[in-house]
Design a protein around this ligand. Structure first.
Ligand code: ZN
Ligand code: ZN
Length: 106
């Protein structure tokens, strides 16, 4: 489910992608369990909601402070600390959309 998305999902997004009728609290619990098992990792988006992504490769996150768009940044291969440290790093910035949108308004 997360692998198919190729990105990070909130609990409600993940819930919508599951064809069976699991309720959101079940999805939330499953994601929490997978987080503890280091299968997925959790970060917090600009609105304070948890977002879950696969913990299969070290990466960092850039979250747009305006629209919440999340992009992945590949972690530099030269420094590979614990995946759990790398994968939960979040930088707040402005995404291209918002940057170009702001330029349009000038
Ligand atoms: Zn991630
Ligand atoms: Zn944005």
């Amino acid at each position: 489910m997360l692998a198919a998305s190729g990105t990070h999902l909130s609990v409600s997004n993940a819930h919508r992608r599951i064809p069976t009728a699991a309720d959101p609290s079940t999805v939330s619990r499953a994601l929490t369990r997978m987080t503890f098992a280091s299968i997925v990792h959790a970060i917090t988006d600009h609105a304070g909601r948890p977002m879950y992504g696969l913990a299969d490769r070290p990466h960092q996150h850039s979250v747009c402070g305006d629209c919440g768009h999340l992009s992945e940044i590949s972690a530099p291969a030269a420094r590979v600390p614990e995946l759990s440290e790398v994968a939960t790093a979040v930088f707040y910035s402005t995404c291209d959309n918002c940057a170009f949108g702001a330029a349009d308004r000038i």
